[in-house]
Ligand binder design. Structure first.
Ligand SMILES: NC(=O)c1ccc[n+]([C@@H]2O[C@H](COP(=O)([O-])OP(=O)(O)OC[C@H]3O[C@@H](n4cnc5c(N)ncnc54)[C@H](O)[C@@H]3O)[C@@H](O)[C@H]2O)c1
Length: 358
């Protein structure tokens, strides 16, 4: 069992049975315990939890509908009404059992209800384990704008047990993989080199690599929990990625990691256009991302729509669009203002790439 402390909370990596999870459950033996799940984690993950911890049989289960389109206020209102009817209070415990959608929304539900209930995250997707469950950002979307409503509030604990990955569909590993590549690209060249050779499913279960990613996220977010500076680095690929995800959400949804994969390719392209990143490094990054994430052929109308979304993204200020750019594989800078032309060119580049790959 590896234990990492992060701003008053603990992140434990290993099996739930050997972690401090059972003692947390014990500590709430006289309180209500609420387990938040979505439809898939209800069917595929809840039984493992309850079989291993029979005390949880008494827990109230809050079932969220699956998917990003449900990470919205309307669903929160229904859950808060249920919390209120059950009489839950600040002394109770919320367990978020799911991927990033469940931990983002469950963390927000718990943080806001009665000004803050205790919560812990048990991530069940690779993306949740290496990223979403860690660092205290909770929130929901507002129309096409990602994570516009939220809190920064660390869970009491995060318990990373890779047994949950046994039921994860293959495509979901690539959602987590995008965020793992991001850590390599912004901070750790040798991590990128290991990740680029990932081929089989067992690679994605590697605890050493999962731990390495978590340590990068914790080091950055603990230094700058409110994203005044260095934490912005974690947004690499997300200025453009969030616009892709938000724009297509109501039409033809693109998963978070897949959108970030394309966003990283576009932002690496802009880094190269500016002469910050060498052509050779860009080609290596593009080759990996283009073979992993399906490239979209964007129309001019799509590009206009995505640029309009970027202006309202919370990462941007005073009517300007900012992004993280790479100066090397493993080195990045934040707070780079992008021009509309650069963004246009990067989308056109992706579109041309999609044509040449087909
Ligand atoms: N808070 C943060 O710091 C942060 C960081 C990165 C991403 N995010 C957010 O995370 C979300 C994406 O997370 P995600 O990719 O985990 O999505 P998700 O939670 O929607 O999970 C993806 C799919 O996998 C299913 N699933 C979950 N666990 C499973 C399991 N063990 N077996 C089978 N199926 C399972 C889910 O039901 C869902 O259908 C986005 O909303 C994104 O904005 C947040």
């Amino acid at each position: 069992m590896t234990s990492i402390s992060s701003l008053g909370s603990v992140i434990e990596i290993g099996t739930l049975n050997t972690s401090s999870f059972p003692s947390i459950i014990n500590a709430y033996s006289k309180a209500n315990i609420i387990i938040v799940v979505d439809e898939n984690t209800h069917d595929l993950c809840l039984e493992y939890l309850i079989t291993n911890f029979p005390d949880l049989e008494r827990a109230e289960i809050i079932l969220l509908p699956n998917g990003e389109e449900n990470k919205v206020m309307e669903v929160c209102m229904q859950v808060w009404n249920a919390f209120s009817e059950y009489g839950f209070g600040r002394g109770d415990l919320v367990i978020n059992l799911g991927g990033g959608m469940v931990s983002d929304m469950g963390g927000f539900l718990a943080s806001v209800f009665k000004r803050g209930m205790n919560f812990i995250n048990v991530p069940t997707t690779l993306l949740g384990m290496v990223d979403a469950a860690i660092g205290g950002k909770n929130g929901i979307d507002l129309g096409p704008y990602k994570n516009q409503l939220g809190t920064i509030n660390n869970p009491k604990g995060v318990f990373v047990d890779t047994s949950f990955l046994n039921t994860l569909p293959e495509k979901e590993f690539y959602n987590g993989y995008a965020e793992m590549l991001k850590y390599g690209l912004i901070k750790d060249t040798s991590l990128f080199e290991v990740l680029k050779d990932f081929k089989k499913e067992a690679d994605f279960h590697r605890l050493d690599i999962i731990e390495r990613c978590i340590r990068i996220k914790v080091a950055i977010s603990d230094n700058d929990p409110y994203e005044k500076g260095e934490r912005k680095l974690l947004n690499f690929g997300h200025t453009i990625g969030h616009a892709i995800e938000g724009y297509f959400l109501a039409k033809n949804p693109v998963d978070h990691g897949y959108a970030v994969g394309l966003g990283m390719c576009a932002e690496a392209y802009i880094s190269m256009l500016r002469g910050l990143l060498s052509k050779d490094s860009f080609q290596r990054i593009q080759a990996l991302l283009a073979k992993t994430y399906p490239i979209i052929n964007f129309s001019n109308q799509d590009i206009d729509g995505m640029i309009a979304l970027m202006y309202n993204d919370k990462k941007n200020e005073s009517g300007k669009i900012y992004s993280v750019l790479l100066s090397d594989i493993g080195a990045a800078t934040y707070h780079n203002e992008l021009s509309e032309k650069e963004i246009f060119d990067s989308f056109h580049h992706l579109s041309m790439l999609s044509t040449s790959l087909n």
